[in-house]
Design a protein around this ligand. Structure first.
Ligand SMILES: [Fe+2]
Length: 330
């Protein structure tokens, strides 16, 4: 730990205050990061606790009293440790007023992709409930201030993996849903579609890796498995007692196209639901974003999608352009 003393002006830039609620969420007697104390007599921060050292009961009590008084800080340089910790108890994001928006975005990315990964690996009730709980925290965060979506939209993930794809589709899809539904949106409805968006390729994730990596010469049986993945994902959700159409359609219709050339049901035009159409567009946007090296600029992806009005709902394409171009330019 460096013996670094700082003036008040740059304190906020380099450190943030830790509340007793956050401290409570750390392991009881061994905290994962260094802590600093604000010395009022000299108006400076000084080292107080070294990461992973054993705290005595007395020292722990003193620490909580000091943090109650607002005197305990952590370094922003340790944000990665803090982010990893808080991402496992995501609701803390809603109470921690010292985090910057960019830090909160990183925490959501870590938390949601990990939860999606765990659910894709083992789609059972415990992993599902943890994912649902984290999605609810995100919706709560956005419900407090819709403009927070912009930060999330600006920082989509650019490396390919099924959980990253689902994360991107979740954020893009929520933004589209906000734009299309406007004031008619309810929190419950938004949470239901978010649940479908953040899990839409579950059926694909359940297929053997060897099949997913095989690009050509699929046997009819293998092709059939691929074609049925939207149905299989929805089937697993139904087993977990998800019955809302708006959630299930994200799975069932994310490969359906406006011109009827998609699968598995070859739906076309107005037969494709709003949540299905949103997921299809969000999926393709995310696919172009994550599967190209170098990552194409947003404008290039939007241009590409604008040329695919036979496949994707033209109103949603316009909406997507509005979200990325106009809103972000403000
Ligand atoms: Fe898929």
């Amino acid at each position: 730990m460096t013996n670094k003393n700082l003036s008040l002006e740059n304190l906020d830039e380099e450190f943030y205050q830790v509340t007793p609620e956050i401290l409570e969420s750390f392991p009881r007697f061994r905290l994962p990061l260094n802590l600093y104390i604000f010395k009022e007599n000299v108006a400076q921060l000084e080292p107080y606790y070294r990461a992973e050292q054993r705290l005595t009961k007395e020292k722990r009590e003193e620490l909580f009293e000091l943090s109650e008084e607002g005197l305990i800080f952590v370094a922003r340089a340790d944000h990665h440790i803090y982010a990893k910790h808080i991402s496992k108890q995501l609701d803390l994001v809603l109470v921690d007023k010292n985090l910057k928006p960019s830090e909160i975005i990183e925490i959501f990315q870590i938390a949601l992709t990990r939860r999606i990964h765990e659910f894709y690996e083992q789609p059972v009730r415990p992993t599902f409930e943890k994912l649902v709980s984290d999605i609810s925290v995100l919706i709560e965060y956005l419900w407090e201030d819709q403009y927070r979506l912009k930060g999330l939209i600006k920082n989509l993930l650019t490396t390919y993996s099924l959980p990253n794809m689902a994360y991107n589709a979740g954020i893009i899809g929520i933004a589209l849903f906000y734009d299309v539904q406007g004031k008619n949106l309810t929190k419950k409805h938004l949470t239901q579609i978010a649940l479908g968006l953040f899990t839409y390729d579950l059926g694909l994730a359940r297929l053997p890796k060897i099949l997913l990596e095989k690009k050509q010469n699929l046997t009819p049986e293998e092709q059939n498995k691929i074609n049925n993945h939207p149905l299989n994902g929805a089937k697993i959700l139904r087993k977990l007692d998800i019955t809302e159409a708006v959630t299930l359609q994200c799975h069932l219709e994310h490969h359906e196209y406006m011109d009827g050339s998609g699968y598995p049901r070859k739906l076309s035009g107005a037969d494709i639901s709003l949540s299905g159409a949103i997921t299809a567009l969000a999926h393709t946007f995310s696919e172009i974003l994550t599967q190209n090296d170098p990552t194409p600029p947003t404008r290039e992806i939007l241009n590409k999608l604008s040329g695919m009005k036979n496949k994707y709902n033209p109103n949603l394409i316009s909406s997507l352009s509005k979200i990325f171009i106009h809103d972000l330019m403000k």
